[in-house]
Structures are given as C-alpha cells and as structure tokens.
Design a protein around this ligand. Structure first.
Ligand SMILES: Nc1ncnc2c1ncn2[C@@H]1O[C@H](COP(=O)(O)OP(=O)(O)OP(=O)(O)O)[C@@H](O)[C@H]1O
Length: 511
C-alpha cells in the first residue's frame, strides 16, 4: 500500500498539504476524527500502545503522510493499521489514495497540521506516571527482537522502558492505574502479603521470594497487590519487562498457539520477560496441558533468575487439582496469605476511599458500613461508591438513614448470610427449648410457636425457598412454612411484646 521510505521532516510537507486540501483547519479536524474512529475501533488499550504517538505531517498529492517516532512503531502501524487508516482517510477525503507512514526525523516537531490539532492522546507522554489517570499501560500485541532494538535506539526519553514494554506487549494485560501501593491500605490481615509484595518490587528475584505466591478469599486485594508490584517495578526498574495476565488468558493464549501451531513463539515471548505475574491460578485446576506448559515456563524463568508472582484463592498445598510437582514448586518461594478483613481495616479503607473521592462521609455512616459489609473489600467499596454517586447526583449530604435506604439491597443480602442452623439454635436458646424440637413432630404450643418464629426468621433473613426451609425443619411441607410465616406476622401485629421479642432475635442474628 505505502511506498518504502526513510525519515521525513513534517515541515517540508506543510506547503503541499495546504495546496491540496481545502484548508488546514479542515485537515486538522478530519485527522482528529480519523484518530477518534480508530480509537473507538481498536479500543483504548491498543490505541494507547500503538497509535497515540501518531501525528499528521500533511498531505502530498494523493497521499496522506503520518509520522511515528520509531521504525518499530512505524512498521507495526503499517502492517496492522495501514489499510484501516487509508479507508478512514478516504471517507474524509476521497482524493487521498494512499497513506504513507514514516519515522519522524529525530528532533523534528510534529507536522504543521497535527501541531494545530486539538490536544489529544498523541500529545501525551509515552508513559504514564505511576498511578496517574493516564496509566492504563501496556498493549495487546507483540513485537520482534529487531523492533526492540530499534525502539531502544530510537525511542525518545525513557527508551529502556519502551523496550521493556515492547518485549512484553503480547502478554501484558492492562494495569489498573488505581491499584498502586499508595492506595493499598495496610492492616493486620494483609501486612505480611503487603511487605512481601514491596520486597519483590524493590528487589525482583531475590532469594527466598521467588516465586511470590499471594493467596486469599475473593475481593481481598490480591489483584490490587499484583498491579502495585507491576507499577512499582516499572517505576524502579524501567528496563525490566513485566508481564501480568490472568491464568485464564494464559490458557487461551496457549490454546491459540497450539491451534496455529505457533507454540515456539508462545514459549519464547513468555520466557523473554523479567517478571511474570499470573493472577487467579486456581483457574488452571483440571486443565492439565496448560498446567504442564505453565510448569515448564515457570522452571525456565526461575532458572534464568526471573521473578514469578502468582495469586490464587487458596495456598499451594490446598490447590488440589494442580499437579503435585507444580504445587511443590509454587510453594518453595514465599507464600503470603491475605486474611479476611477486620473491622479496623474496613474502616481505614472506607476513610481512605472517601477522602480520595473528596466527599464528606459522616463517621457514623462509615462505622455502620464497616460493621455491616464484612464479606470483602470489593463490596464495601461498591457500597461507598454508590453512596457517593447518590450524593453527587442529588446534591444531598450523606446521612445514616439515607445510606440505609440507598443500600437496602446490599445490606439485605448481607443480612441474609445468616444460616438456618444459626437461626434454629438462637431461637431454641431464646425460648429455652431443645434444638431437636425444631425438627421434631411435637405440636405443643411452647415448641410449635418458637419453631414458627424460626421459620419466619429463616424466610426473612436467608434466601432459602419455602420448600428448602421446610426440609430443614424436619421435612415439613412448604405450606406449613407459609402458614408459619403469615401466622408470626399476624401475631406481631397483634402483640407488641411478641413483636419486640422477634425483632430482638432478628437483631441478634444480624450482628
Ligand atoms: N487493602 C486495600 N486497600 C485498598 N483497597 C483495597 C484493599 N484490598 C482490596 N481493595 C480494593 O478492593 C477491590 C477488590 O480487590 P481485588 O480485585 O484486588 O481483589 P482480589 O483478591 O483479586 O479478588 P478476586 O479473588 O475476585 O480476584 C479493589 O477495588 C481493590 O482496590
């Protein structure tokens, strides 16, 4: 499509651009639209990785000339986006028949038209500062060894980082700019994992910390810590290439490589990284071939003095379903667990997130949430975000009553984590009857009424269905449960003391 060329100075094209195109302003606007469309088509990650440094030099005859800072980028954009660029140009100006992609002459400013284009991603610095909003780093496609050398030679400024990125592009998933060490709140449950993560970021592949195996329950910060390590290594060791991906992605890439009979390339690109990070390793359970491949990659990297960081929901020894030899190797570096959150940690996280959002959240509301939403940090954060969004939307201050209303579904779901066994035990204790009477056939009022209360609470506080509840109460029919629920509700209406009793039981079960 494009003819071969070397480097070019954009200024030399300005005159001809002006001569051919209707007006420079139109050209600038068209170029902004073309880039915008391309960005929509390829997605943010790909755009940032390959296309945002693209600038317009101008138009020469029937040819639009686009500049990129390195030969590596030029070749990549040419082969992957050249046709698309031409089609988009033709939509704007049918007279443009070709798109020429060149390397900007070293030190040359961007082209006249592009220089006047509205500020956009092309004007941004090549790499984001740690934790900046611009930080969704990395890309989706890979480079070659030759391209690497070129990027290293031609890249302006932080060439080492550019080179490291180029090596890992194929495998890297985007890093979340919010997940840094700065934004990670440390408390008793996660202090060990955090200290290990910091240590690995400071001194990758040091003895005793390779591999680093982070594990813990859902939503407790494993991914956050992994990203924080990756950001910090990029910052402190810019020449090191870091590849972060989920175990799922690892598997799909491996399968794709098998299908296209390209496993050598797969292996080589993986083994060329300095730090390999695999999230949610439990995904590989039962996937024997992928496990085997991962095992070999793991060995090759560790033997070559490269760092491996892995996360999973269980410790290596509890990951039954992973091959023994892999479990053994995973456990022979540093294994650090993230425990369930404590009230204090939840409160600190809420305080930090509220402060970061710049929205005043009363202490009472945060204490309430920290008490109520105990499952994981993700849900806690989700609840706070919802409160903040409501406050912003309606311009109302956050209050405890308002929070209870806005979050009623989340709070209810949490309340519902009470088990039927717990309800039966508490109710039996309260009315001083035997636990076995919850399931017995006895019909005496002093036994039957507490049983009905327990059924009522089971319906209110758990998500079990009527037949399920019936089964847990001595295999009773669902109509019996239905009757118990309506009878208790009716009695509560009629008898304030009884209602208070049931409410007290409910509160005890909820806390
Ligand atoms: N200690 C912490 N400080 C600040 N934010 C945290 C902390 N722990 C978790 N979070 C936040 O909670 C959310 C969930 O965390 P993350 O995705 O890292 O959990 P995870 O353990 O990887 O979960 P999963 O098991 O689902 O993969 C994220 O938004 C993260 O920033």
């Amino acid at each position: 499509m494009e003819k071969q060329s070397g480097t070019t100075s954009p200024a030399s094209l300005a005159a001809s651009a002006a001569a051919v195109m209707p007006a420079e302003r139109h050209l600038t606007e068209a170029w902004a639209r073309i880039r915008g469309r391309l960005r929509e088509e390829v997605g943010e990650v790909e755009y940032r990785a390959w296309l945002r440094q693209m600038t317009l030099a101008g138009v020469e005859g029937d040819e639009a000339v686009v500049l990129l800072p390195t030969r590596f980028l030029r070749d990549w954009v040419r082969s992957h986006y050249g046709d698309r660029l031409r089609a988009l140009w033709q939509q704007e100006f049918p007279g443009v028949r070709r798109v020429e992609i060149r390397v900007a002459r070293s030190g040359a400013e961007t082209g006249v038209a592009a220089a006047k284009a509205p500020a956009g991603p092309a004007a941004a610095a090549p790499r984001p500062a740690q934790g900046s909003a611009d930080g969704t780093a990395t890309a989706a496609r890979g480079g070659t060894a030759g391209g690497l050398a070129e990027a290293l030679a031609a890249g302006p400024g932080d060439a080492a980082r550019h080179a490291a990125d180029a090596r890992t592009m194929e495998w890297a998933a985007p890093l979340d700019p919010r997940f840094t060490f700065d934004s990670f709140i440390v408390g008793r449950p996660n202090e060990f994992a955090h200290a290990c993560a910091r240590r690995v970021a400071e001194r990758p592949a040091s003895p005793g910390f390779n591999p680093l195996f982070l594990y813990g329950g859902v939503g407790l910060g494993k991914t956050h810590l992994m990203h924080a390590i990756a950001w910090a290594i990029r910052e402190m060791h810019p020449a090191k290439s870091v590849a972060y991906m989920s175990a799922e992605k690892f598997m799909y890439r491996f399968i794709a490589a098998l299908r296209s009979q390209n496993t050598m390339e797969f292996k080589e690109s993986l083994r060329s990284v300095d730090v390999l990070m695999i999230d949610d390793l439990q995904f590989l359970i039962g996937k024997d071939n992928t496990q085997e491949e991962f095992f070999h990659t793991f060995n090759a990297l560790v033997d070559a003095g490269k760092q491996i960081v892995v996360s999973a929901d269980k410790s290596p020894s509890d990951l039954s379903g992973l091959e023994d030899r892999l479990r053994t190797r995973l456990g022979c570096g540093m294994v650090a667990d993230i425990h369930a959150t404590t009230y204090e940690l939840r409160l600190s996280i809420l305080q930090a997130k509220a402060a970061a959002a710049g929205v005043p959240v009363p202490a009472k509301v945060m204490e309430f949430l920290a008490h109520k939403i105990t499952s994981n940090v993700r849900e806690l954060e989700g609840a706070l975000n919802r409160l903040i969004a409501h406050a912003n939307l309606f311009g109302r201050p956050i209050t405890l009553e308002g929070a209870q209303e806005v979050l009623h579904d989340i709070l209810r779901a949490h309340d519902r984590r009470v088990t039927i066994e717990e309800i039966q035990r508490r109710v039996a204790e309260h009315y001083n009857i035997r636990l076995t009477d919850m399931s017995s056939a006895r019909r005496a009022r002093n036994v039957a009424r507490p049983r009905q209360v327990a059924m009522y609470l089971a319906k209110q506080l758990t998500s079990r269905s009527l037949p399920e509840i019936g089964r847990r109460f001595g295999n009773r029919d669902h109509t019996t449960v239905m009757h118990a629920v309506s009878r208790v509700a009716e009695l509560m209406q009629q008898d304030a003391a009884f209602a208070e009793d049931v409410e007290l039981l409910r509160r005890m079960l909820e806390t």
